[in-house]
Design a protein around this ligand. Sequence first.
Ligand code: GLN
Length: 193
Amino acid sequence: MVTPTVGVLALQGAFAAHAAILDRLGVTTIEVRTEQQLASVDALVIPGGESTTMSMLLERSGLLEPLRARVAGGLAVFGTCAGLILLASEIRDGRHDQHALGALDMTVTRNAYGRQIDSFESDLDIVGFDTPFHAVFIRAPVVERVGESVEVLARVGERPVLCRQGAITVASFHPELSDDDRIHRRWLADAGL
Ligand code: GLN
């Protein structure tokens, strides 16, 4: 059997730390910057960074439409922070020309935890995990609304911060910065990898 390959979108942002975790978990990982590379992956991580910049780079690199097509075709995707923003169906406080891939039925507002607490850490109780997950939030988006198809796996207060829809998982925080690979492992299992 051919070993599955997991891509990490590497146009901008925190892609290297994701690749390091995936390598440790023993999956074949490639950095994705071209349409050919995207076509070769069985699953994709969209990392944190700056969603407006990533959206622009997706357009410039010619990856936007191929990525939309793969997502529409059921590609397993793990989006963190800016990645969550890109995967949502509606983005508030984005740039007017910022693209939403609409992979999940979700409305998000960028940078909405407020300037005072721009970045913070929180021990999350996550559905299905025995012990809390120490989560790092950096200029995180707020998930304002999720549709019925979206399962909420963790919240901070009332706000969803980890959600899943089939083989798509999104986190408003940076799981690749915690020395804890449980969320990556669960996503790979959901993706059948
Ligand atoms: N604030 C960023 C954005 O709007 C996301 C921050 C992050 O990915 N750490 O894209």
